[in-house]
Every structure is written in C-alpha cells, then in structure tokens.
Design a protein around this ligand. Structure first.
Ligand code: 2P0
Length: 327
C-alpha cells in the first residue's frame, strides 16, 4: 500500500538573524529570530509511504540522491515515524523552485515542505506550530517557513524542544518587497552550521549579539505593528551587520563577504541617500538581500543594473506559509 502527502513551502530571509545554537542535537537556538517569507522561491515535496521499501529513497529535482543526502532525510523522517509508531519507509520526491542563480540556501523551504508532506503521509494531523518544531530538527531556519509574511521563531526554554516554535507575526501585505543581489552562487567554504558554532565557542562579541538580538526583536515587532517601514529597515540592517561582526571576533576569524558584497551594500546606501528607503541584510554567504517597498523595487533594480547584470537581481514579494497540495 502507498500513502502520499504533498506539500509546498516557501523560503524565508531572516531580518533578525538566528546565529548560534544552545543545543546542536535539538537545533535549539541561542536567540529568537524573525523573518520574511518570500514568494519567489519554494520547494514542492511528495512523501510516498510504501511498505515494500526496505530503505528510504530520495529524489531531488528528479535525480536519485546518494547515501549521505538520503541518511539526513531518513533521520528527519524518523521523527515522524516515532510519533506515528510506524516503521514504513518512503520515497521522497523534492523539487526546488529556487533558481540556482539566486544563490539562496534551500534548506528552509526543503525541510518545511518535507515536514508538511510527512505530516500528511503519516496522517499525523500535527498543527502548524507543532510541525514547526519538527521542521526545526532538519534546519533551524526551516522553523520559520511554516508561515507566510513576517514570522517569529521563539527560542523557547532550556532544553524543551516543544517550546521552540514559530508563530506568524503579520502577513506583510503592506507594500513590502525584497531584492536578492546574487554576488556569488558557488558553495561557501564555511557552512552556516560550522560558522555559528565557531562564533558561539570563540567570539568575545557573541554575548553582546545574544543580548541585543532580543532588544532588536522587540523593537522590530513594534515597528511591524506600527507599519513603520523605516524603523523596520534600520533594525534589519543593523541586526544583520552585528551578526557578521561576531564572526570577525571568532578564532580564527572569518567572513562571508566578498568585494561584490561591499559594492552592493555601497550601492544600496547610495540609493537610500538619494531618497528611496532600502536596507541591506546578508546571511551565511556573500549574496546581498535588500528590504524595500515593493512599489520601489523596479526603480531600485534599474539603479542596480548599473553595477550588476539582470540575472543577478531577483525581486520578490512576501510569500505564503506551507500548503498541502494534491496530485
Ligand atoms: C537565519 N542563517 O536566521 C540565519 C542567518 C544564516 C544566517 O539560518 O544548522 O541552515 O541547519 O540550523 O538554518 C542558516 O542556517 O542552519 C541560517 P542549521 P541553517 O536565516
């Protein structure tokens, strides 16, 4: 017998960053974070439970994946198998609609879509908040992809896995946009997992990051409630810069920035000085994301075209939360 579940999840970009774990095993973060889900990038995943299978089988964009990739997915599905008291193996078919040219990590949408599809296939009927705690165990940022618009991921208490979940903050339907400037889409030398661990373990700036991230989060939630775009942008830019600052204090120090990242930041600063509000944020890689009013996005893109090619610039509106699909 085959039982299936299909789910779509969109990726998200953090405006208050998640940087550092207090439990690596449970993916419990040191600080709460807040993101914007994006419409332009998503993953569709189908989980087919098949009692004839002796192992999980994982296809990504139509290609059969190797032992290492499949083991990661199997470990994740084990969480669902445990809850469902099932030992049935699955075939997983996943399609990433994230242009490789965007240089965005797809782990957020990937694990959120897989969690949604597994929830359906195993017939668990877990609510979204609970499901976000499962998605978290695949990749921290996936926690936030359960919901659309602005989403908060609560750090939770102590070692209590169930207390670290996502909640929707605002559906972001008030002229919000994001522009991705793809500076370099190659694989990075230091994974975010490794980078955050080194920062937590060695950077003297890290305690200041944890303290100020909480204040930034409270102020950002107030700015969102008041629909104060300028304040939202200012906090976004400042929080992202602080996260990157912690890495310069690590031993040995490291940075994800490249010369073109700085060129993009300077261009955005110039556009802002000329009167169009737009603010930069960067993740564990060299690509630059720009928070802007969606109504300004084409104008900003025009200006960026003086420095970057049109393939390097992708504009997105806010996106929705996970959606169960049918065949
Ligand atoms: C974020 N990043 O909040 C932060 C900002 C990168 C910089 O979440 O180890 O792939 O799987 O939990 O979620 C990227 O790290 O890390 C990330 P794991 P993840 O979006």
């Amino acid at each position: 017998m085959i039982t299936t579940g299909i789910c779509r999840a969109h990726t998200n970009i953090a405006l208050i960053k998640y940087w550092g774990k207090r439990s690596e095993a449970l993916f419990l973060p040191m600080n709460s974070s807040l993101s914007l889900t994006l419409d332009a990038f998503y993953t569709d995943t189908k989980v087919s439970l098949d009692d004839r299978l002796t192992d999980d089988v994982f296809y990504l964009n139509g290609r059969l994946q190797g032992a290492k990739e499949t083991a990661k997915i199997s470990r994740f599905l084990d969480l669902f198998r445990r809850t469902a008291a099932s030992s049935t193996r699955a075939r997983i078919d996943s399609y990433n609609h994230v242009p490789t040219a965007a240089g965005l990590a797809s782990s957020a949408s990937a694990f959120a879509a897989l969690a949604g599809a597994a929830n359906e296939a195993f017939g668990l009927r877990l609510d979204k908040q609970t499901l976000s705690t499962y998605a978290r165990r695949g990749s921290g940022s996936a926690t936030r992809s359960l919901y659309g618009g602005f989403v908060e991921w609560h750090k939770g208490q102590d070692e209590q896995s169930g207390s670290s979940y996502a909640i929707p903050v605002d559906d972001a339907d008030w002229d919000i946009g994001m522009i991705i400037i793809a500076v370099n889409t190659g694989k990075k030398a230091i994974s975010s997992r490794e980078g955050m661990k080194r920062t937590v373990d060695t950077s003297p700036f890290y305690p200041a990051w944890v303290t100020t991230a909480e204040t930034d989060l409270q102020q950002m939630k107030q700015a969102i409630a008041e629909r104060d775009f300028t304040r939202l942008g200012e906090i976004t830019e400042s929080n992202g810069m602080k996260m990157h600052g912690t890495m310069l204090g690590a031993v040995p120090p490291f940075s994800y920035w490249e010369p073109d990242s700085i060129r993009a930041i300077q261009k955005i600063t110039q556009i802002r000085c000329n009167g169009t509000p737009c603010y930069v944020t960067m993740d564990a890689g060299p690509n630059v994301k720009v928070l802007c009013r969606y109504s300004d996005s084409e104008r900003i893109k025009e200006e960026l075209l003086t420095e970057f090619s049109s393939q390097q610039i992708i504009v997105s509106r806010p996106g929705p939360g996970i959606k169960v699909l049918s065949e």
